[in-house]
Design a protein around this ligand. Structure first.
Ligand code: PFF
Length: 445
């Protein structure tokens, strides 16, 4: 089975693909809006801490499991648990598959909004003003057209395979994303009002640091942002030749992810203050007036008040978000596709279409019952499923996986002090700390 597997051809290709998975709407939309609502720099501070304490170790555990198993997440977890709790790994792997479908079901809807908004200024430039307005106005018809278009874009990359699809496209799109982001930051920071936003973002309001809601939001954001807990990073780890220095790779991925989230804050929060300076209502009683309104109302209004340059800025901004969403989408699609190819003997092509069809049906369900399902699916995924799966990975790597688990074996033989320390951190500290956070959240709710 493993002999016919495709691989990432270079370490850089792997890092760009994994960073592409991590860097998504969560960084460019989620992080800055959460920061603006939760004490600016205070949120940044807590986010950094929870990323280092939990999300980065979870990323390590996930990539390590996939890399050692060299197979899809369901098999990887099944093999790791087989000597201690047979079948538990398999069921948790299948729950992860459901997690990817949940993630894709809402993510492709939002990504479709980004794509439509990116096309809107182009339509305006070509003098199709009705079309331009339609593209930038939320509607069920627009959802019904752009959600499938976005799923198709993801499927078109995935069906080309790991090297010619995921690696090639991530290596092309990630530099474009960085250039667009930098260009937008330079432009926005020169606008009146931007410096005030910069201050709010960079100077922490430490009175908010211990707020429980801030800690919970920062944790959900950290897990979602590093794409851990649904198997996306595990499957990417499995496409890398065995025994690379995972620690270094994980550090590169997490640094890129945090860097882009930080940079997105440098764009969005000053942009809000530029909008406020231009007379738009942005805050209400110290809180932002709705996350959706921010991206889809306030910023487009700001762009259109900039005249024709605003059309280019708007195009660059929403293209940036669409690219970020695309590289994240493909890592999620790959999880069930790899399962169907390796465990159910499907061809890559038919597995890709099958998964796309299931995701599209789930998206249509959300579109049909939008008010009830949209927020609920996001909440269940990010605050329950992802953190619980990460807790499970820590327990697998630290306790359940015996044969072939070099982390724990090295730990016992004390080959390297650092690795032994790291092994113990994953084994004892991560599960205990995460459980404490869970109990606190349960009490709070
Ligand atoms: N990390 C992505 C973001 O920040 O938007 C979201 C994501 C991608 C979550 C892939 C989970 C996943 F498997």
């Amino acid at each position: 089975m493993t002999s016919s597997r495709d691989f990432f051809h270079s370490r850089l290709g792997f890092v760009l693909a994994a960073a592409g998975s991590a860097i998504g709407l969560g960084n460019i939309w989620g992080f800055p809006t959460q920061a603006a609502n939760n004490g600016g720099g205070a949120f940044l501070f807590v986010y950094l801490i929870v990323t280092l304490l939990f999300a980065l170790p979870a990323l390590y555990a996930e990539i390590y499991l996939g890399n050692q198993a060299q197979s899809n997440p369901v098999r990887a977890l099944k093999e790791a648990c087989k000597d201690s709790v047979p079948n538990l790994g398999k069921y948790m792997g299948i729950i992860g598959l459901c997690g990817t479908v949940m993630m894709l079901s809402f993510y492709t809807i939002v990504a479709g909004w980004m794509l439509a908004n990116a096309l809107s200024p182009l339509a305006a430039l070509l003098n199709f003003s009705d079309l331009s307005v339609w593209l930038s106005t939320s509607s069920t018809t627009r959802n019904l057209i752009f959600t499938p278009i976005f799923s198709l874009l993801g499927a078109a990359i995935i069906h080309q395979g790991i090297n010619s699809g995921i690696e090639k496209w991530s290596s092309r799109l990630m530099p474009v994303l960085l250039v667009m982001l930098l260009g937008l930051i330079v432009y926005i920071l020169q606008q009146p009002g931007a410096i005030e936003g910069l201050k709010v973002y960079l100077i922490p309001d430490f009175s908010q640091v211990m707020e429980p809601t801030l800690i919970v939001s920062a944790m959900g954001q950290a897990f979602f942002s590093l794409s851990v807990g649904v198997g996306g990073m595990m499957v990417y780890g499995s496409y890398m030749k065995k025994d690379h220095d995972i620690g270094k790779l994980v550090l590169s991925i997490a640094s890129l992810d945090m860097f882009i989230a930080f940079m997105a804050g440098l764009l969005i929060i000053p942009a809000l203050f530029v909008a406020q300076h231009a007379g738009f209502e942005v805050f209400n009683e110290g809180k932002l007036i709705g996350e959706g309104q921010l991206i889809f109302n306030i910023l487009p209004q700001l762009f259109s008040s900039m005249g024709s340059i605003g059309l280019f800025v708007s195009f660059a901004f929403f293209s940036l978000l669409s690219i970020a969403a695309l590289t994240s989408t493909i890592s999620s699609i790959e999880v069930p596709v790899s399962y169907l190819v390796e465990e159910k003997s499907k061809s890559r092509n038919s597995a890709t279409w099958l998964v796309s069809l299931v995701v599209l049906s789930a998206s249509l369900l959300i579109i049909a019952f939008f008010d009830t399902l949209f927020g609920l699916v996001i909440q269940v995924l990010t605050t329950i499923l992802q953190p619980l799966s990460c807790l499970f990975y820590f327990i697998v790597v630290g306790w359940l996986w015996k044969r072939g688990n070099k982390l724990v074996a090295t730990n016992q033989q004390n080959h390297s002090k650092w690795l032994a320390l790291w092994g113990n951190y994953l084994r004892y500290c991560c599960p205990i700390l995460l459980t404490i956070v869970f109990i606190n959240v349960a009490i709070l709710n």
